[in-house]
Ligand binder design. Structure first.
Ligand SMILES: Nc1ncnc2c1ncn2[C@@H]1O[C@H](COP(=O)(O)OP(=O)(O)OP(=O)(O)O)[C@@H](O)[C@H]1O
Ligand SMILES: [Mg+2]
Length: 500
């Protein structure tokens, strides 16, 4: 099936999020869409899937104009979508979620649980997905949850599949598996629209590339184009993909983690006897395959975990046993792994989100008086510095694109005077231009004598920023190696392989 968009235009107030966009995706083609944060990619896809309505323009399937007003219309037309934030009910089983899909396709009518089980099995066998229809969603790894969304789309007979940043939350292994699945689907005639900020993936998977900037299609590129070429087409200027690190001067120990054990509510140790130090002026990266205790260790740095044993000292101050507020006030900047869960408050304005943890302090407030003008001018300054694409700082933060929300969190955390920066997946969802900026900024903080503790599953990021790399495996730190380590050796350590 082919999909064609003609002259799609969408405005939000004064902002033209999509400006007369034309796009054609042929049958069996993987069509990548590249564009900066806020370029209008998700908006366009939400229109095709019926979650938003265009102000003007047409959507054609196999040359026929479709009237798509809601997701059920899109599914009936053979268009499915996997969202960046999965739309599954966590406490339900795979089969229940598939039946629940209230976006029933008219073609299939209602599904009962047994039919759903059989359909899940049929699709799983066909594509080699190993998905148990009776597994509970929240107990499945993210990569498998995503497969459930793909299975759902296939069961409802989607022949055009939209994937909006599907790899942002996947491990490198899961990403490679997804790319293979996409290829298989395309070989069988499914057309795929693939949105990603990772140029490597575009080069591996895409047959065609369309580039969007500020709501307009600005060009197309071949997958043979180099990453540098793609980056500058996207951002409109050359991008430095690998920043230079200045030689660093190491100072005192800022963070001392000693014999830390973190337990889950059942008493099982997720982090086991971890000890390390981070000094002023250095970046220590914690690398590892997701799920080896890094998330819990990161959260423990500001007391976001319940059961912490051992000692975490910032200078001379013990953090363990105190509150989150205490840890932050003590001089820790914290970029959480999940901006949606821990980084922002969706119903608050952009301006309020820029100062979340400081809203009750000078210069923003005194006693019970708030000073909105001060809050607003600080927000305008931060937004300009971090290139947050917004209309008004008084809009709710939920109106921002994914990458721009992430920039608000980064601006808030990287622009206050602290001793230690703890950053988890800081560039998740950012476009290449913004990654360049954030990487330079983190290195500048290091050069000014802050200690940086970086948690990242992106090897490129770890190698670009770290002075030393601690590899976590099954809750332990297997080794701490200098950043001159080869990517191959690092990969082996992450898989739990040590020499000797
Ligand atoms: N509901 C809304 N109300 C107001 N503005 C919106 C709304 N939804 C999106 N926008 C604006 O439309 C523009 C395009 O956003 P969109 O989410 O499509 O970007 P994107 O290309 O997907 O970016 P990212 O790479 O960060 O995900 C942004 O400036 C965003 O702030
Ligand atoms: Mg988006």
């Amino acid at each position: 099936m082919s999909l064609e968009l003609r002259g799609i235009t969408k405005r939000f107030g004064a902002l033209v999020a999509n400006d007369a966009i034309d796009l054609k995706v042929e049958r069996g083609e993987i069509h990548a869409i590249l564009g900066e944060n806020g370029a209008g990619k998700s908006t366009l896809m939400n229109i095709v899937y019926g979650l938003l309505t265009a102000d003007s323009g047409e959507i054609l399937v196999d040359g026929k104009v479709q009237d798509i007003r809601e997701p059920s219309d899109a599914l009936a037309a053979g268009i499915g979508m996997v969202h960046q934030h999965f739309m599954l009910v966590p406490v339900f089983t795979v089969a229940e979620n598939i039946v629940l899909g209230h976006e029933k396709s008219k073609r299939n009518g209602t599904l009962d649980l047994d039919t759903a089980r059989a359909e899940i099995k049929r699709v799983s066998d066909e594509f080699g997905f190993e998905v148990d229809p009776d597994a509970i969603i929240e107990e499945l790894p993210v990569g498998v949850q995503q497969r459930v969304e793909i299975i759902r789309a296939l069961i409802y007979d989607a022949r055009v599949l939209i994937l909006d940043e599907p790899t942002a939350v996947l491990t490198p292994q899961e990403t490679d598996e997804l790319l293979k699945i996409m290829q298989k689907l395309a070989d069988r005639g499914t057309s795929i629209i693939f949105i990603t900020h990772k140029l490597r993936e575009v080069k591996i998977a895409a047959d065609k590339i369309t580039i969007i900037r500020r709501g307009k299609v600005v060009g197309t590129a071949e997958p043979s184009a180099s990453q540098d070429e793609l980056a500058s087409l996207m951002v409109g200027r050359p991008v430095i993909l690998n920043p230079d690190k200045a030689p660093h001067t190491i100072g005192d120990v800022i963070l001392a983690v000693k014999d830390v054990v973190i337990k889950d509510p059942t008493g099982r140790a997720i982090v086991k006897d971890v000890s390390f130090e981070v000094r002023a002026g250095e970046v220590l990266a914690i690398a590892g395959v997701q799920g080896n205790g890094q998330s819990e260790l990161a959260q423990a740095m500001i007391n976001l975990e319940e059961h912490i044993e051992g000692s975490i000292k910032l200078g001379d101050d013990e953090i363990v046993g105190k509150s989150v507020k205490h840890a932050l006030a003590d001089g820790i900047a914290f970029v959480p792994e999940s901006r949606e869960l821990d980084g922002i408050i969706a119903s608050f304005s952009i301006a309020e989100n820029f100062i979340l943890d400081r809203h009750d302090l000078a210069p923003y407030a005194k006693g019970i008086s708030m000073f909105p003008k001060v809050v607003e001018s600080q927000a305008l300054k931060d937004a300009a510095e971090f290139d947050v694409r917004l209309q008004s700082v008084n809009d709710p933060i939920s109106s921002l694109s994914g990458g721009n929300k992430q920039k608000v969190v980064l601006a808030r955390e990287l622009s206050r005077p602290v001793r230690l920066i703890v950053a988890s997946q800081p560039t998740r969802g950012l476009d290449v231009g913004s990654i360049e900026f954030v990487h330079e900024r983190i290195l500048a903080e290091r050069d000014q004598g802050r200690a940086v503790l970086l948690f990242s599953t992106e090897l490129d990021e770890v190698l670009a920023l770290a002075d030393r790399i601690a590899v976590m495996y099954r809750g332990e730190i297997l080794a701490i190696v200098p950043s001159t380590v080869s990517a191959q050796e690092l990969g082996l350590l992450m898989a739990g392989v040590t020499n000797g």
